[in-house]
Design a protein around this ligand. Structure first.
Ligand SMILES: [Mn+2]
Length: 329
């Protein structure tokens, strides 16, 4: 990252005392880890820091925030803090204040200097200074750079937070942005005490038995089409009830089909109340599937996209299979 840009951020940090950090709705580990690491660095300089997000910290990420530094936004509790803030730093989110949910509305009104540090390629004209590096595998990489540029040190907490940010955003060091730099940074985090086994177990191995059993049921129902190039499966509201599993616990189900050799596209459909169906599409990168999601008013990346359609589960599924077959032919 361009050190002149960091110098700009560092002089803003040095010249101010009251900071608010925030990130996107449904904050992931990169959002939370980046917030916690930067907050600790700022506090070590004697700054006053509030981390305020719209959504609460998900249960499997709470180990990062044992001291409960991360606050869930409420207008009553936070309007004064936001009003008095001198600097607002948005992490792991660009594209506008809407990405932040309710707290974004409040922060947009603040008189503070507004900064954004991110690795997404979205517009940054909503802030005064933005540091965006789309080559970074995670915002956590950029926070590492910033802490180093400030001459800060890596406490055990900072190391755990940034490791969690990077291991999740790289899909455990396999996604395309995983670079030599990612591994060099990660090496330093290990030196500073990040514990890979512990962090992995906290994030990925806290499932309920019911969830694993439902995943087993879904896996047993996987079918293929187009000579094994398409995997498809669905789950009904009845099945969710039968297994007593909340939809929020079904992370990772959308990519189960990609575990099968030869599968290029996975179609996963989940029945929603009121005759709607949530469609999730994954591809192995050899075919672009977000155009199908766009057709239903959805969105996403070329190899991971989704949408919500009207209709019955089986009908919607058949429709999507036909569209993907056409795409592959
Ligand atoms: Mn990220």
């Amino acid at each position: 990252m361009d050190s002149i840009l960091w110098q700009k951020i560092i002089s803003i940090i040095e010249n101010n005392e009251r900071f608010v950090l925030s990130s996107h709705i449904n904050p992931d580990c990169d959002a939370l880890g980046s917030e916690l690491a930067l907050a600790e660095q700022l506090r070590s300089l004697g700054k006053t820091v509030n981390i305020i997000n719209t959504d609460p910290v998900a249960a499997n990420y709470r180990f990062l925030d044992r001291k409960q530094r991360i606050q869930q936004y409420s207008e009553k509790r936070h309007s004064r803090i936001i009003k008095k803030a001198e600097v607002v730093i948005v992490l792991d989110a660009s594209g506008g204040w809407e990405r932040l949910g309710a707290v974004g509305k409040a922060l947009a009104q603040a008189e503070a200097i507004k900064l954004c540090i991110d690795h997404h390629p979205d517009a940054t004209d909503f802030v005064d200074v933005a540091v965006v590096d789309t080559e970074a595998s995670a915002t956590g990489e950029l926070i590492y750079d910033l802490i180093m540029a400030m001459g800060g040190s890596l406490s055990n907490n900072i190391a755990q937070s940034l490791y969690a940010a990077i291991v999740t955003d790289t899909g455990s060091f396999r996604f395309p942005k995983t670079s030599p730099r990612t591994h060099r940074i990660t090496a330093e985090l290990l030196v500073a005490g990040a514990d890979p086994m512990y962090i992995y177990r906290q994030i990925y191995e806290q499932n309920l038995l019911e969830t694993i059993q439902l995943k087993g049921h879904i896996m047993a129902s996987i079918r293929t089409a187009a000579n094994g190039q398409i995997a498809y499966y669905g789950v009904s509201q009845n099945t969710l009830k039968q297994f007593d599993v909340k939809t929020s616990e079904l992370d990772g189900v959308a990519s189960l089909g990609q575990l099968i050799g030869g599968v290029r596209v996975t179609i996963y459909c989940m029945e929603l109340p009121q005759e709607r169906v949530k469609i999730s599409l994954r591809s192995d990168g050899t075919v672009t599937i977000n155009q199908i999601a766009f057709g239903y008013g959805g969105g996403g990346h070329p190899s991971a996209a989704g949408a919500i359609a009207e209709g019955h589960l089986a009908e919607v599924m058949a429709e999507i299979i036909a569209k993907v077959e056409h795409l592959l032919s």
